[in-house]
Design a protein around this ligand. Structure first.
Ligand SMILES: NC(=O)c1ccc[n+]([C@@H]2O[C@H](COP(=O)([O-])OP(=O)(O)OC[C@H]3O[C@@H](n4cnc5c(N)ncnc54)[C@H](OP(=O)(O)O)[C@@H]3O)[C@@H](O)[C@H]2O)c1
Length: 245
Protein backbone atom coordinates (compact mmCIF):
# COMPACT_ATOMS: atom_id res chain seq x y z
CA UNK A 1 0.00 0.00 0.00
CA UNK A 2 1.42 3.41 -1.03
CA UNK A 3 1.44 5.99 1.76
CA UNK A 4 -0.31 9.20 0.69
CA UNK A 5 -0.04 11.26 3.87
CA UNK A 6 -0.14 14.98 3.07
CA UNK A 7 -1.44 14.42 -0.45
CA UNK A 8 -4.76 15.71 -1.75
CA UNK A 9 -6.90 13.76 -4.22
CA UNK A 10 -9.98 14.97 -6.12
CA UNK A 11 -12.58 12.59 -7.53
CA UNK A 12 -15.38 13.69 -9.86
CA UNK A 13 -18.78 11.97 -9.61
CA UNK A 14 -17.80 10.52 -6.25
CA UNK A 15 -21.05 10.49 -4.30
CA UNK A 16 -21.53 6.82 -5.23
CA UNK A 17 -20.15 3.90 -7.20
CA UNK A 18 -16.53 3.50 -8.20
CA UNK A 19 -15.62 7.16 -7.57
CA UNK A 20 -16.76 6.92 -3.98
CA UNK A 21 -14.75 3.77 -3.37
CA UNK A 22 -11.63 5.23 -5.01
CA UNK A 23 -11.97 8.06 -2.50
CA UNK A 24 -12.31 5.60 0.36
CA UNK A 25 -9.22 3.64 -0.71
CA UNK A 26 -7.07 6.76 -1.23
CA UNK A 27 -8.25 8.17 2.12
CA UNK A 28 -7.32 4.92 3.86
CA UNK A 29 -3.83 5.31 2.38
CA UNK A 30 -3.56 8.73 4.03
CA UNK A 31 -4.68 11.18 1.35
CA UNK A 32 -7.08 14.01 2.06
CA UNK A 33 -9.87 13.31 -0.40
CA UNK A 34 -12.05 15.88 -2.09
CA UNK A 35 -15.39 14.28 -2.86
CA UNK A 36 -17.11 16.11 -5.67
CA UNK A 37 -20.62 15.66 -7.03
CA UNK A 38 -23.06 17.74 -9.03
CA UNK A 39 -25.18 18.21 -5.93
CA UNK A 40 -23.04 19.77 -3.16
CA UNK A 41 -25.31 18.25 -0.49
CA UNK A 42 -24.68 14.75 -1.85
CA UNK A 43 -20.94 15.46 -1.97
CA UNK A 44 -21.06 16.58 1.65
CA UNK A 45 -23.04 13.50 2.70
CA UNK A 46 -20.61 11.19 0.89
CA UNK A 47 -17.61 12.86 2.57
CA UNK A 48 -19.31 12.50 5.96
CA UNK A 49 -19.97 8.82 5.25
CA UNK A 50 -16.20 8.32 4.88
CA UNK A 51 -15.20 10.32 7.94
CA UNK A 52 -17.90 8.60 10.04
CA UNK A 53 -16.58 5.19 8.99
CA UNK A 54 -12.90 5.71 9.68
CA UNK A 55 -10.06 7.97 10.75
CA UNK A 56 -9.75 9.67 7.37
CA UNK A 57 -9.83 13.21 5.99
CA UNK A 58 -12.57 13.95 3.44
CA UNK A 59 -13.73 17.33 2.15
CA UNK A 60 -16.48 18.03 -0.36
CA UNK A 61 -17.09 20.34 -3.27
CA UNK A 62 -19.92 20.78 -5.77
CA UNK A 63 -18.70 20.10 -9.32
CA UNK A 64 -20.66 19.49 -12.52
CA UNK A 65 -18.06 18.45 -15.11
CA UNK A 66 -20.38 19.61 -17.90
CA UNK A 67 -20.65 23.17 -16.66
CA UNK A 68 -17.83 25.69 -17.22
CA UNK A 69 -18.96 27.92 -14.35
CA UNK A 70 -19.23 25.01 -11.91
CA UNK A 71 -15.75 23.74 -12.83
CA UNK A 72 -14.27 27.24 -12.49
CA UNK A 73 -15.93 27.73 -9.13
CA UNK A 74 -14.76 24.32 -7.83
CA UNK A 75 -11.21 25.06 -9.02
CA UNK A 76 -11.29 28.39 -7.22
CA UNK A 77 -12.54 26.71 -4.03
CA UNK A 78 -9.82 24.01 -4.19
CA UNK A 79 -7.14 26.65 -4.84
CA UNK A 80 -8.28 28.31 -1.63
CA UNK A 81 -8.71 25.22 0.55
CA UNK A 82 -6.88 22.83 0.70
CA UNK A 83 -4.75 24.85 -1.75
CA UNK A 84 -2.99 21.85 -3.26
CA UNK A 85 -3.80 18.92 -5.53
CA UNK A 86 -1.71 15.81 -6.14
CA UNK A 87 -4.16 13.31 -7.63
CA UNK A 88 -7.10 13.98 -9.90
CA UNK A 89 -9.49 11.19 -10.85
CA UNK A 90 -11.87 12.03 -13.69
CA UNK A 91 -14.49 9.43 -12.83
CA UNK A 92 -17.87 11.06 -13.63
CA UNK A 93 -19.59 9.60 -16.67
CA UNK A 94 -22.87 9.64 -18.53
CA UNK A 95 -24.58 6.91 -20.53
CA UNK A 96 -27.76 6.74 -22.61
CA UNK A 97 -28.63 3.05 -22.63
CA UNK A 98 -27.56 -0.26 -24.08
CA UNK A 99 -30.07 -0.05 -26.96
CA UNK A 100 -28.63 3.20 -28.36
CA UNK A 101 -27.37 2.53 -31.90
CA UNK A 102 -25.28 5.01 -33.90
CA UNK A 103 -27.61 4.78 -36.90
CA UNK A 104 -30.61 6.08 -34.96
CA UNK A 105 -29.17 7.74 -31.88
CA UNK A 106 -30.74 10.93 -30.56
CA UNK A 107 -27.81 13.24 -31.26
CA UNK A 108 -28.71 15.69 -28.51
CA UNK A 109 -28.51 12.84 -25.98
CA UNK A 110 -25.31 11.56 -27.60
CA UNK A 111 -23.78 15.05 -27.46
CA UNK A 112 -24.57 15.25 -23.74
CA UNK A 113 -22.72 11.96 -23.18
CA UNK A 114 -19.69 13.22 -25.10
CA UNK A 115 -19.79 16.49 -23.20
CA UNK A 116 -19.63 14.65 -19.87
CA UNK A 117 -17.23 11.85 -20.81
CA UNK A 118 -14.80 13.72 -23.09
CA UNK A 119 -15.17 17.45 -22.48
CA UNK A 120 -15.78 16.85 -18.75
CA UNK A 121 -12.30 15.50 -18.00
CA UNK A 122 -10.84 17.94 -20.53
CA UNK A 123 -12.53 20.91 -18.83
CA UNK A 124 -11.58 19.77 -15.32
CA UNK A 125 -7.98 19.07 -16.39
CA UNK A 126 -7.60 22.55 -17.87
CA UNK A 127 -8.96 24.13 -14.70
CA UNK A 128 -6.78 22.17 -12.30
CA UNK A 129 -3.54 21.65 -14.21
CA UNK A 130 -1.96 24.80 -12.72
CA UNK A 131 -2.44 23.41 -9.19
CA UNK A 132 -1.36 19.89 -10.19
CA UNK A 133 1.83 21.26 -11.73
CA UNK A 134 2.86 22.46 -8.25
CA UNK A 135 2.71 18.91 -6.86
CA UNK A 136 5.91 16.87 -6.68
CA UNK A 137 4.19 13.67 -7.85
CA UNK A 138 1.05 14.67 -9.77
CA UNK A 139 -1.20 11.98 -11.21
CA UNK A 140 -4.30 12.23 -13.42
CA UNK A 141 -6.52 9.22 -13.96
CA UNK A 142 -9.24 9.28 -16.58
CA UNK A 143 -11.66 6.52 -15.72
CA UNK A 144 -12.38 5.02 -19.10
CA UNK A 145 -13.83 1.75 -20.31
CA UNK A 146 -12.94 -1.20 -22.46
CA UNK A 147 -16.12 -0.18 -24.31
CA UNK A 148 -14.00 2.57 -25.90
CA UNK A 149 -11.31 0.17 -27.12
CA UNK A 150 -10.68 -2.56 -29.67
CA UNK A 151 -8.85 -4.52 -26.97
CA UNK A 152 -11.82 -5.59 -24.87
CA UNK A 153 -12.94 -8.93 -26.25
CA UNK A 154 -16.35 -8.77 -24.51
CA UNK A 155 -17.51 -5.14 -24.62
CA UNK A 156 -15.07 -3.47 -27.09
CA UNK A 157 -16.12 -1.13 -29.90
CA UNK A 158 -16.68 -3.95 -32.42
CA UNK A 159 -17.79 -6.59 -29.90
CA UNK A 160 -21.26 -5.49 -28.87
CA UNK A 161 -23.13 -5.10 -32.15
CA UNK A 162 -23.08 -1.30 -32.03
CA UNK A 163 -24.83 -1.07 -28.64
CA UNK A 164 -24.31 1.86 -26.25
CA UNK A 165 -22.93 3.86 -29.17
CA UNK A 166 -22.25 7.29 -27.66
CA UNK A 167 -20.77 5.80 -24.49
CA UNK A 168 -18.20 3.72 -26.41
CA UNK A 169 -17.37 6.54 -28.80
CA UNK A 170 -16.96 9.03 -25.93
CA UNK A 171 -14.65 6.66 -24.05
CA UNK A 172 -12.52 6.12 -27.18
CA UNK A 173 -12.26 9.91 -27.45
CA UNK A 174 -11.37 10.12 -23.75
CA UNK A 175 -8.55 7.64 -24.39
CA UNK A 176 -7.38 9.97 -27.18
CA UNK A 177 -7.45 12.93 -24.81
CA UNK A 178 -5.38 10.91 -22.33
CA UNK A 179 -2.59 10.06 -24.74
CA UNK A 180 -2.60 13.52 -26.34
CA UNK A 181 -2.36 15.32 -23.00
CA UNK A 182 0.30 12.86 -21.81
CA UNK A 183 2.39 13.71 -24.88
CA UNK A 184 2.03 17.42 -24.15
CA UNK A 185 2.96 16.91 -20.49
CA UNK A 186 5.79 14.44 -21.10
CA UNK A 187 8.43 16.90 -19.89
CA UNK A 188 6.56 17.50 -16.60
CA UNK A 189 6.19 15.35 -13.48
CA UNK A 190 2.54 14.64 -14.34
CA UNK A 191 1.60 11.07 -15.19
CA UNK A 192 -1.79 10.73 -16.87
CA UNK A 193 -3.41 7.44 -17.74
CA UNK A 194 -6.81 6.04 -18.65
CA UNK A 195 -8.09 3.12 -16.62
CA UNK A 196 -10.91 0.66 -17.17
CA UNK A 197 -12.26 -0.57 -13.84
CA UNK A 198 -13.67 -3.68 -15.51
CA UNK A 199 -17.29 -4.73 -15.30
CA UNK A 200 -18.16 -3.54 -11.80
CA UNK A 201 -21.33 -3.98 -9.76
CA UNK A 202 -22.57 -0.39 -9.48
CA UNK A 203 -26.16 -1.07 -10.47
CA UNK A 204 -28.77 -3.58 -9.29
CA UNK A 205 -28.43 -6.95 -10.99
CA UNK A 206 -24.87 -6.32 -12.21
CA UNK A 207 -23.53 -9.35 -10.32
CA UNK A 208 -25.81 -11.56 -12.41
CA UNK A 209 -23.88 -10.33 -15.48
CA UNK A 210 -20.58 -11.29 -13.83
CA UNK A 211 -19.69 -7.83 -12.51
CA UNK A 212 -17.08 -7.70 -9.79
CA UNK A 213 -17.25 -5.94 -6.41
CA UNK A 214 -16.92 -2.15 -6.42
CA UNK A 215 -13.72 -2.33 -4.35
CA UNK A 216 -12.03 -4.36 -7.11
CA UNK A 217 -13.04 -1.94 -9.88
CA UNK A 218 -11.88 0.97 -7.73
CA UNK A 219 -8.54 -0.73 -7.02
CA UNK A 220 -7.83 -0.75 -10.78
CA UNK A 221 -8.17 3.05 -10.68
CA UNK A 222 -6.18 3.49 -7.46
CA UNK A 223 -3.24 1.70 -9.10
CA UNK A 224 -2.88 4.54 -11.64
CA UNK A 225 -3.47 7.23 -9.01
CA UNK A 226 -0.54 5.97 -6.94
CA UNK A 227 2.03 5.17 -9.63
CA UNK A 228 5.71 5.74 -8.82
CA UNK A 229 7.52 8.54 -10.65
CA UNK A 230 8.89 6.11 -13.26
CA UNK A 231 5.41 4.75 -14.00
CA UNK A 232 3.78 4.85 -17.44
CA UNK A 233 1.90 7.81 -18.92
CA UNK A 234 -0.54 8.04 -21.81
CA UNK A 235 -1.83 4.46 -21.72
CA UNK A 236 -5.06 2.60 -21.10
CA UNK A 237 -4.86 0.01 -18.32
CA UNK A 238 -7.03 -2.44 -16.44
CA UNK A 239 -5.77 -3.98 -13.20
CA UNK A 240 -2.33 -2.54 -13.92
CA UNK A 241 -2.06 -4.25 -17.31
CA UNK A 242 -2.07 -2.38 -20.65
CA UNK A 243 -5.32 -2.67 -22.61
CA UNK A 244 -4.95 -2.00 -26.35
CA UNK A 245 -7.41 0.60 -27.65
N1 LIG B 1 -19.50 0.08 -13.57
C1 LIG B 1 -18.89 -0.48 -14.60
O1 LIG B 1 -19.07 -1.68 -14.91
C2 LIG B 1 -17.90 0.31 -15.42
C3 LIG B 1 -17.19 -0.34 -16.43
C4 LIG B 1 -16.28 0.37 -17.18
C5 LIG B 1 -16.08 1.72 -16.92
N2 LIG B 1 -16.78 2.34 -15.94
C6 LIG B 1 -16.51 3.76 -15.67
O2 LIG B 1 -16.27 3.94 -14.28
C7 LIG B 1 -16.70 5.26 -13.90
C8 LIG B 1 -17.63 5.17 -12.72
O3 LIG B 1 -18.68 4.29 -13.07
P1 LIG B 1 -19.83 3.89 -12.05
O4 LIG B 1 -20.36 2.58 -12.52
O5 LIG B 1 -19.37 4.07 -10.67
O6 LIG B 1 -20.90 5.00 -12.43
P2 LIG B 1 -22.21 5.50 -11.70
O7 LIG B 1 -22.51 4.68 -10.49
O8 LIG B 1 -23.22 5.63 -12.77
O9 LIG B 1 -21.73 6.92 -11.22
C9 LIG B 1 -21.45 7.90 -12.16
C10 LIG B 1 -21.17 9.16 -11.42
O10 LIG B 1 -20.93 10.21 -12.37
C11 LIG B 1 -21.63 11.32 -11.92
N3 LIG B 1 -21.92 12.26 -13.00
C12 LIG B 1 -22.63 12.09 -14.13
N4 LIG B 1 -22.65 13.21 -14.85
C13 LIG B 1 -21.93 14.12 -14.16
C14 LIG B 1 -21.57 15.47 -14.35
N5 LIG B 1 -21.96 16.16 -15.44
N6 LIG B 1 -20.80 16.09 -13.42
C15 LIG B 1 -20.39 15.44 -12.33
N7 LIG B 1 -20.71 14.16 -12.06
C16 LIG B 1 -21.48 13.52 -12.98
C17 LIG B 1 -22.89 10.78 -11.26
O11 LIG B 1 -23.39 11.77 -10.41
P3 LIG B 1 -24.92 11.91 -10.04
O12 LIG B 1 -25.02 11.14 -8.76
O13 LIG B 1 -25.06 13.39 -9.87
O14 LIG B 1 -25.74 11.34 -11.15
C18 LIG B 1 -22.33 9.57 -10.54
O15 LIG B 1 -21.82 9.94 -9.28
C19 LIG B 1 -17.34 5.89 -15.14
O16 LIG B 1 -16.38 6.69 -15.79
C20 LIG B 1 -17.68 4.67 -15.99
O17 LIG B 1 -17.74 4.99 -17.37
C21 LIG B 1 -17.69 1.66 -15.17
Amino acid sequence: MVQLDGKVALMTGASRGIGHDVARQLAEQGATVLISARDPQRAMAAAKELTDAGDVRALSVGLDVGDDASVASAAEAINGDPGRLDIMVNNAAAYVDWTEMASAADLAAARAVVDTNLFGPWRVSQALLPLLRESRHPRIVNVSSGAGSHGDQQFGLTRRGGAAASYGISKAAQNGLTSTLAAELSDTRILINAVCPGLTATWPGAEDMGARPIADGAASVVWAATLPDDGPSGGLFRDGEPLPW
